[in-house]
Ligand binder design. Structure first.
Ligand code: FIX
Ligand code: ZN
Length: 412
């Protein structure tokens, strides 16, 4: 029977050496030009830090937005890292990145940090960050209704195999009636009635873009008020277009539930809020469509226990990640322990939601440590119960959590 210290070492080794498949990010490869965000100024102007710095400084919104990115980064650095201790998770993240890149973050030498990033090239920096973060593949968040992104895809860009695509369709479910004209402008005639003609056009849109970007899954974010089924275009488009296409192509449909967009519009991207959603909508959509695969993450802490239980009830549902406002150490630990106790090794504990490439370094370093500490207590409890824990079991469990549960679910 291995000692607790031995199990700890096995888990530390496995958690640090296992490469991650990051199943939800907003990252882009080097040949997507302005969409690829990286470097210290992007790290500092991450919307989490914009929210924190405007709160801490009480600066006027207009005055903040009137600054260019460099000035905003200076302001956030001064407000959160010089005038205050950077103890929030998002601030600690910047410190972890600088430290892992070999800097002394406490030098507070912003100009020196900038010199370093100016000396990097996007492609070589991607190689460096993926290696440092030990991430083998990320999925992007691809919106064909975004003109800048669509233009790049229509040029058939060379693909970096480490950046997989995901077809993000929020407007197709939540944007009626306006999305009708956006689709018509692209040559797809779909009306808010979502009648037969519209349904076949929506299916054509979905199939063409799934092919064009080689989407690994189709995804949407939904408000806490989302109700399934309901007498709205969202339900009709889901039932008549999205789920049939996903079923035919054996692609998971990902639901990110609980976001209230623009609760404070003056904060722009930082102004979104959350709410508790009705878990019975998740139960019903999984029950009504047993041949569809669903990925689901929820934004509200109050939904996490229900979601884990729903995962146990529906094998076609893969519970994943600690999304956004629950992506904080104390909650990642709580959620991961609860899910492990209810679902064993059959869920995906985390995704990074990285918007800036460098964030992969801290989001995975921080989450690996917490996933590791949860697994230590679970495996040691198991050993204390009389089970002869093996290194192979530990390695397989960690690999399932960080990569294989997703690839197996895709291929199932
Ligand atoms: O809907 C999403 O994919 C969210 O992750 C984003 O909208 C959000 O702004 C974010 O970056 C959260 O971390
Ligand atoms: Zn996201």
């Amino acid at each position: 029977m291995p000692e607790a210290r031995t199990i700890d070492e096995w888990i530390d080794d496995a958690v640090t050496s296992t490469a991650v498949y990051d199943i939800h990010t907003h990252l882009y490869p080097a040949n997507f030009g302005p969409l690829m965000l990286w470097g210290i100024d992007e790290l500092l102007t991450y919307h989490y830090l914009i929210g924190e710095s405007i709160r801490a400084s009480r600066i006027d919104y207009e005055k903040f937005w009137a600054m260019d990115k460099g000035a905003q980064a200076d302001f956030i650095w001064k407000t959160l890292f010089v005038e205050r201790a950077p103890i929030s998770e998002a601030c600690r993240g910047v410190v972890t990145v600088l430290h892992r890149l070999g800097f002394d973050p406490a030098s507070k030498d912003l100009a020196g940090f900038r010199d370093f990033f100016r000396s990097q090239t996007p492609q070589s920096y991607i190689d460096r960050v993926l290696k440092l973060a030990n991430v083998h593949t990320v999925t992007m968040t691809n919106d064909p209704l975004d003109p800048t992104e669509r233009e790049i895809w229509l040029k058939n860009p060379e693909r970096d195999p480490r950046f997989k695509a995901v077809l993000r369709i929020d407007p197709l479910l939540l944007g009626w009636p306006n999305v009708g004209s956006a689709l018509s402008a692209l040559g797809y005639s779909a009306g808010p009635d979502v009648g037969e003609r519209s349904v076949s056009e929506l299916r054509r849109f979905l199939n063409e873009w799934i092919d064009r970007i080689d989407a690994q899954y189709v995804a949407v974010s939904l408000p806490p008020t989302w109700n399934y089924p309901d007498a709205d275009p969202c339900t009709r488009v889901l039932k008549l277009a999205v789920l049939p296409v996903c079923r035919e192509r054996n692609l998971p449909f990902a639901m990110m539930i609980g976001v209230t967009r623009q609760a404070n519009p003056q904060l722009r991207l930082a102004g979104d809020s959350l709410g508790k959603a009705d878990i019975t909508s998740v139960e019903r959509i999984c029950a009504d469509h047993p041949n569809n695969k669903f990925l689901c993450t929820m934004l509200s802490r109050e939904n996490q226990h229900e979601l884990a239980v729903t995962g146990r009830l529906f094998p076609n549902l893969m519970v994943f990640g600690c999304w956004w406002y629950v992506n904080n150490p104390s909650l990642i630990e709580e959620i991961t322990a609860m899910r492990t106790e209810l679902l064993g090794p059959t869920f995906i504990p985390q995704h990074s939601d990285a918007r800036i490439l460098d964030q992969l370094i801290y989001k995975w370093e921080h989450s690996r440590a917490i996933i590791g500490s949860v697994l230590k207590s679970k495996f040691i409890d198991l050993a204390n119960a009389g089970w002869n824990v093996t290194k192979d079991e530990v390695d397989r469990t960690v690999k399932s959590f960080l990569s294989d549960n997703f690839t197996r679910f895709l291929n199932h």
